[in-house]
Design a protein around this ligand. Structure first.
Ligand code: SF4
Length: 353
């Protein structure tokens, strides 16, 4: 089974560490590439042509099923799901010899304006103050230095696709510096941005007016109060933002819900909304993203296989039910109810706990 990431792709995680992709085990800290920070390399192309990537290409030559760090893709493939290895970073083989990064997934910081129930301070600065309530350590605010941003800007002419992630990419104006440079040197590059869409500054709208090939991916996990409980910001404002963005840029969002115990029984509501708003703000929904962490919000760990199957999801989740996580679910849902100021139901059966 082939994955082209070692020949085409690079990922910069929220703390600035370089790795192959978002799905690989020990991302940025394990074998690929053991804590190499963007500050520590001369340039991204130089690193891409250096010994660690060369070794990665050797490891992947016979397929990712021989790479233990690719366990997530191996399991997804086995379960009939679409693994990250079959994602949009795949370019034709003739490009493999170029020695240039063609797909860059990056995040300038973990700055975010939301406090989603399934997130943490690693990806959202909003979580820093409340991690201890959930028995976890806080990650500090991380932000790429100007020198590191220069390294990203330098490879922009080579890219076929750039994927901007966060934190929340619209909450960090450093992204605008990268994207405005991209328009100048490589306007045909495909721009994918994963966003919560709860804030979209005017300057970003101006950028997306100028880009031909854009793919906006909105993280919508519910409507109305359910959305507000899961994500912690106004549903009405998010919907208005998406509508305004689509009207002004002519570009529609696709929707990528994260499936947790709080929305698994309501997934058709999101699907219906996407159909209703199709051609206005949205074009399609991709259902492949179950919560695996924290386990107390995860269908996989808090629901039996029978309970998951009863939800008739359009993709499979294999249960590894453990009552210990159900107990945590009860405790932490109550804490999140207090933070949100109202209560939510969930699909977890708490009888007998
Ligand atoms: S096979 Fe999957 S986990 Fe491995 S590098 Fe490719 S996308 Fe990443």
């Amino acid at each position: 089974m082939r994955c082209t990431f070692p020949w085409t792709g690079m990922l910069i995680d929220p703390a600035g560490y370089l790795t192959l992709c978002c799905a690989i085990k020990g991302s940025g800290q394990g074998k690929y590439f053991g804590g190499v920070h963007i500050d520590d390399v001369d340039g991204l192309t130089e690193f891409f042509n250096g010994p660690q990537y060369t070794q990665a290409r050797k490891d992947f030559e016979w397929g990712y099923e021989y790479v233990p760090e690719c366990i997530e893709c191996i399991l997804q493939n086995k379960n009939g799901q679409r693994p990250a290895a079959k994602g949009s970073h795949i370019f034709d083989n003739s490009n493999r010899q170029k020695g240039k990064v063609q797909y860059l997934e990056y995040t300038t910081s973990n700055v975010c304006n939301q406090k989603c129930v399934m997130c943490s301070s690693k990806f959202s600065t909003q979580w820093a103050d409340i991690e201890s309530i959930f028995g976890r350590k806080s990650h500090p605010t991380q932000s790429l230095s100007d020198k590191s941003i220069d390294k990203i800007v330098k490879i922009l002419p080579d890219l076929q696709q750039i994927h901007v992630k966060g934190g929340e990419p619209f909450a960090d104006m450093k992204n605008l510096r990268v994207l405005e440079a991209l328009v100048e040197v490589n306007p045909k590059c495909k721009v994918t941005m994963t966003t919560n869409a709860s804030m979209i500054p005017k300057k970003f709208i101006e950028f997306f007016k100028k880009i031909e090939n854009a793919n906006l991916v909105a993280s919508i996990d519910g409507l109305g109060k359910r959305y507000e409980w899961i994500r912690g910001s106004s549903w009405e404002k998010t919907e208005d933002n998406m509508e305004r963005f689509a009207q002004e840029t002519g570009k529609l969002f696709s929707v990528f819900p994260t499936v947790s115990v709080y929305n698994i029984q309501h997934w058709k509501v999101i699907d219906d909304w996407v159909k209703r708003r199709g051609g206005i703000v949205t074009k399609a929904t991709t259902w492949t993203n179950p919560v695996t962490s924290p386990k107390w919000a995860s269908p996989k760990y808090c629901m039996t296989q029978e309970e998951i199957d009863a939800c008739e999801l359009p993709f499979k989740i294999k249960s590894e039910y453990d009552p210990m996580y159900v107990k945590q679910h009860v405790e932490y849902t109550q804490k999140m109810n207090e933070i949100r100021g109202f209560m939510i139901d969930s699909a977890v059966n708490t009888k007998g706990i």
